[in-house]
Design a protein around this ligand. Sequence first.
Ligand SMILES: [Zn+2]
Length: 295
Amino acid sequence: MPNIPWPNGTKIAVNLTFDFDAETLWLGRDPTNVDRPGTLSQGTYGAKIGVPKILELLADEGLPATFFVPGWVVDNRTPIVEKIAKADHEIGHHGYHHKSIDPNNPEMELEELEKGLHSIKRVIGVAPVGYRAPSGEMSPNLIRLLVDRGFIYDSTMLDDIEPYRHILEDGTPGVLELPWHWSMDDAQYLLTSIKFHRPLATNDHVLSIWKAEFDEAYLSGGYFNLIMHPQLTGRPSRIRLLRELIAYIRKHDNVWFARSRDVASTWLEIANTPSEGPIISPFLRQNENGTISQR
Ligand SMILES: [Zn+2]
């Protein structure tokens, strides 16, 4: 594993994703930060400088990307969100206020989902098909809500290295999962503040981990899901980090840079196409004894 049959003979799918939290990263955890303009300005940087720098780099490189955006950011930073969409990058759902999922509060899950959907549809004109939960938590209730509202994928779980399909409690197929890991998240290396102080990593340190992850995924023909935040990777020195990573990946043949929704829809197409080989469909896996089981 994985040896995923990506289209046109490509060996690996690369998703460059940006969680464009802006001020919600600081408001979602502590609403009293609304009275702390200095704290909030860390998020404002993402909207003011980070995203424009990232869009410039993506345009220079001719690469597509996915931006997961909370509804609050869509409503309050509308011009830059419109600019992202106009450049043909994907806008995914990332909650409304960037509140962590609380399995004991399904009402909040529903409200955050509906409000975020409403904001994206109002500004972008189309409903998002992808979702990433704020802060890496999920619930079975939310997976079911995503299916009901026409989403085709989620990108919140950390339990695999290749896409897989959720199965709902009644046994029916759920959304596709595009898994990730903290080691592939810039926040682990680049996020520091007075309250959450941690030493910053050098570009070489981050690059060594991301290159190693890419190398192994490429060797086995897999999936590379990178999570960045404009308020972090949008810093001048970190734009250089991303540029260097892209250059490294580009030294390899048969790499498919894609938006998350393109990876998800392609995977679903592959699942409906009879194929030979060990993977019968992305949802079914051949066991060592030759039997087929559902993932
Ligand atoms: Zn976020």
